[in-house]
Design a protein around this ligand. Structure first.
Ligand SMILES: [Zn+2]
Length: 375
């Protein structure tokens, strides 16, 4: 079968997981995560990153869309180290350099740091390269206008793909300073919640104002997206990444998947980070959607985790399908059910496939993972 495409990961948070314990509230979880990440030694963080890549491969994944929290000042896991881990893993990757900052006085410095990282590490945009790079605007509520403007210009100038966490939280709507969760978030960074007072009520409008809603934009989560916003995604052919288990853990709810499908929003699937999930397997993710929406045809879910993921990462027609002219990225699965007919094939695959059923993973024609025999 075509390899699975995990369109939203944070591999550099792998050392903080897998999660255990009851669901958490989003903002306290996020602040705790930032604190715990700061305590990780460079060695542990790097080992976690590599283990995340291996876990993805072992679950049958051939390609990931990974957010790189590079930090400011630079983190212990800078781009050259990531690059060499990614190259060694064999995975096809699109790494988004993340920017974040609501304080307008820091915008110029952060934009120029991003600019120099892009110039140094993301010189080409060829979609045929196995390792590609883009930019992530963390979220509309965590990025100032003064930062969004130069970042959008940089993305346009370099034709770089963009990723953004979008409407994951209810406080992203108008006047978030009245929401205690957002005030708590801002207090941790020393930001003034009133800085968002002049924003339009929909974060999509704000993104559009900065020309950040293009077919090269990848929207992540969309839990609180309304009908009008869903139509905007559909019209602009912007892919949305569903991260169901992360959403259930941190928010106790799922996005309006039916509405995305009926309006024709291109869908992909992601695990998000292991700090908010119990595995990096898209099989577990697909099962989570299927269990809550059993009426959605399993073939649609399978498509989202393969060809849909490819389209989301700018690889439409090049990955996510087995077709002449595509990259030779595929996964060998030994199913735990009898394949004597294609009837209910996707249903059976999603219901029963575990990582242990994945026998091998081939990327660009090279065997990159082979399950060792266990008697
Ligand atoms: Zn995320």
């Amino acid at each position: 079968m075509p390899g699975l495409i995990n369109a939203h990961t944070h591999m550099d948070l792998t050392a903080l997981g897998p999660l255990d314990g009851p669901p958490r509230r989003f903002v306290p979880w996020l602040l705790d995560l930032i604190h715990r990440r700061s305590l990780l030694s460079p060695r542990v963080r790097s080992a976690g990153f590599q283990s995340g890549l291996h876990r993805a491969l072992a679950s049958g994944t051939t390609c990931i869309g990974d957010i790189a929290s590079l930090g400011f000042p630079p983190s212990s896991l800078e781009i050259p180290a990531r690059r060499s881990f990614l190259a060694r893993s064999g995975l096809r990757t699109l790494t988004f350099f993340e920017v974040l900052g609501l304080d307008p006085s820091q915008a110029r410095e952060r934009a120029s740091a991003l600019d120099s990282r892009v110039r140094k590490h993301a010189p080409g945009v060829s979609r045929l390269r196995r390792l590609r790079f883009g930019i992530s605007i963390h979220a509309p509520y965590s990025v100032s206008d003064d930062l969004a403007h130069p970042v959008a210009r940089l993305a346009r100038r370099r034709s770089l793909p963009l990723a953004v966490h979008l409407l994951e939280t209810a406080f992203e709507r108008s006047r978030p300073r009245h929401r205690s969760a957002f005030r708590e978030y801002c207090a941790a960074f020393g930001w003034n919640p009133a800085w968002l007072d002049d924003r339009p009520s929909s974060p999509l409008e704000w993104l559009d104002r900065h020309h950040l809603l293009t077919p090269d934009t990848l929207a992540i989560h969309g839990i609180h997206m309304n009908q009008r916003e869903i139509s905007v995604l559909a019209r602009r052919k912007i892919s949305l990444v569903l991260c169901p288990r992360s959403n259930l853990y941190l928010h106790g709810k799922l996005p309006p998947v039916h509405n995305f499908i009926s309006r024709g929003v291109p869908l992909a699937v992601g695990t998000d980070s292991l700090a908010g999930n119990s595995s990096l397997s898209l099989w577990d993710e697909l099962r989570a959607i299927h269990e809550r929406f059993p009426e959605i045809p399993p073939s649609i879910l399978f498509h989202a985790a393969t060809a849909g993921g490819a389209a989301a990462l700018g690889l439409a027609g090049r990955a996510g399908v087995l077709h002449p002219g595509c990259r030779a990225d595929f996964t060998i699965v030994r199913p735990s059910f009898r394949v004597d007919t294609t009837r209910r094939l996707f249903y059976n695959l999603i219901r029963s496939t575990q990582d242990a059923n994945v026998q091998g993973v081939v990327i660009d024609g090279r065997l990159r993972y082979q399950r060792t025999f266990q008697p």
